[in-house]
Design a binder for this molecule. Structure first.
Ligand code: COS
Length: 400
């Protein structure tokens, strides 16, 4: 078993870290005040080749792995989770197409978006006002009309929606079939596609989420991805992959919280010594370091599985919730260790704490992750032979 990154992976990681150090970390506090999409930084990330990594070479992309994506997301997440989300959001938007679309469809609809001089964006449109955790309850509807589909409905909390020129839309083609009646479409921006309310958030202010409204939006029938009814499974397969990406951003946040507070604990003196020497602080740092290491390993393992086409629903759920909870805990501890400095907005830790909260919510709440994982555990253990052969519900059952 080899835990090291290959030379190529290490180079990509180093390149993304250098990018973060130059273009994200020094500007993050200032950019956050603008509360808008970080256009200039994303343009630079695009020019540096840090976007659209997973688009296959046949469709004009670099054809990199999910592990590669997690390296870039961890590095950029270290600088700012909001900016990292803006940069990596095309991964989420285009993943259903990489999973379900033909090479021809990718060449027609995705290739032109990834190879220009400026970054262009996709938006993953699953969530609705009444379909959040219950993704199968989507009410947006697509109806076949000759050689077209007509879309009606409204999505919300759609990342990069105002910037997007292609929307990956989950819509019901047979509502009575529930999850089996969902289909996925590539929807180019057109007059039937409108942007609604833009969300105001406590953190990740350099990532934009908005409503997308479809009003008799007509799209050619070849915008259907896969077959009618395959949408829900494509959505779940997408999230199995992309949750590792969120876990990577979270690992970056958790590492940053550790680094800022460890640096502080070395230089801040009270009672005649550095505060890191007090067990109360030192043990907090140790716990924070352990969370970072565990988050990173879970993340890379989930990505490694996906890159080998091994189903990773449970492992990407583990990674997402553990890393997001670790980011939240580490950020909270960092604020505590740094006291007043930690709470002040001139220093990075209060932003880390606000940014981390969203990691526990988006791409499936951490409760949904536990639901996904427990479902797999129960299925895996249904016929498990532990070697202990007493029936729990028969006459030889032990007294419980
Ligand atoms: N890969 C392939 N197939 C999958 C799958 C996966 N990861 N997960 C589920 N499926 C299949 C199931 O096998 C089932 O197929 P069959 O009916 O043929 O057996 C079907 O999909 C329905 O699955 P399930 O019954 O588990 O669906 P639920 O409605 O119970 O929903 C959860 C399951 C909660 C896991 C799902 O709705 C979910 O992930 N919700 C969160 C959505 C989310 O993350 N939103 C954020 C959007 S991005 S910001």
């Amino acid at each position: 078993m080899d835990f090291s990154l290959s030379e190529k992976e290490q180079k990509l990681f180093d390149r993304a870290k250098a990018f973060t150090r130059e273009h994200i970390t020094p500007k993050a506090l200032e950019l956050e005040k603008r509360n808008e999409f970080p256009k200039e930084v994303v343009q630079k990330a695009f020019e540096a080749g840090l976007m659209n990594l997973h688009i296959p070479t046949e469709a004009g992309g670099p054809g990199l792995t999910l592990l590669d994506e997690t390296l870039v997301s961890e590095a950029t997440g270290y600088g700012c989770a909001g900016i990292a989300t803006s940069i990596m959001c095309n991964n989420l938007a285009f993943a259903p197409l990489v999973i379900g679309a033909t090479t021809e469809q990718l060449k027609t609809y995705v290739e032109p978006l990834i190879n220009g001089k400026e970054p262009r964006f996709g938006a993953f449109c699953l969530t609705e006002r009444k379909a959040g955790s219950d993704a199968g309850a989507v009410a947006t509807h697509a109806e076949r009309d000759g050689d077209e589909y007509i879309l009606n409905g409204m999505k919300c909390w759609i990342t990069n929606a105002p910037q997007a020129s292609l929307f990956t839309v989950f819509a019901s083609t047979q509502p009575e079939l529930k999850t089996k009646g969902l289909s996925v479409f590539m929807v180019p921006k057109s007059k039937g596609v409108k942007i609604g309310h833009i969300e105001n958030k406590m953190g990740q202010k350099n990532s934009v989420q908005a409503e997308v409204i479809f009003e008799d939006a007509r799209i050619p029938k070849d915008c259907l991805v896969g077959k009618e009814g395959e949408g829900f499974k494509i959505a779940m397969k997408t999230l199995d992959k992309t949750r590792a990406g969120i876990a990577a951003i979270a690992t970056g946040v958790a590492q940053r919280a550790l680094d800022e507070s460890a640096k502080f604990a070395n230089i801040r003196h009270q009672f005649g010594q550095a505060i890191g020497n007090f067990q109360g602080i030192g043990f907090m740092l140790a716990d924070m370091g352990c969370r970072v290491a565990a988050s990173r390993q879970l993340t890379r393992y989930a990505a490694w599985m996906a890159d080998r086409d091994i189903r990773n629903s449970k492992d990407s759920a583990f990674a997402k919730w553990f890393a997001a909870d670790s980011a939240m805990q580490n950020a909270t501890d960092a604020v505590q260790i740094m006291g007043g400095y930690g709470y002040a907005s001139e220093y990075p830790t209060e932003k880390l704490m606000r940014d981390a909260k969203l990691l526990q919510i988006y791409e499936g709440t951490n409760q949904v992750q536990r639901f996904v994982a427990s479902g797999v555990i129960l299925r895996e253990s249904a016929n498990l032979d532990t070697g202990f052969h007493v029936k729990y519900d028969g006459k030889d059952a032990p007294v419980m």
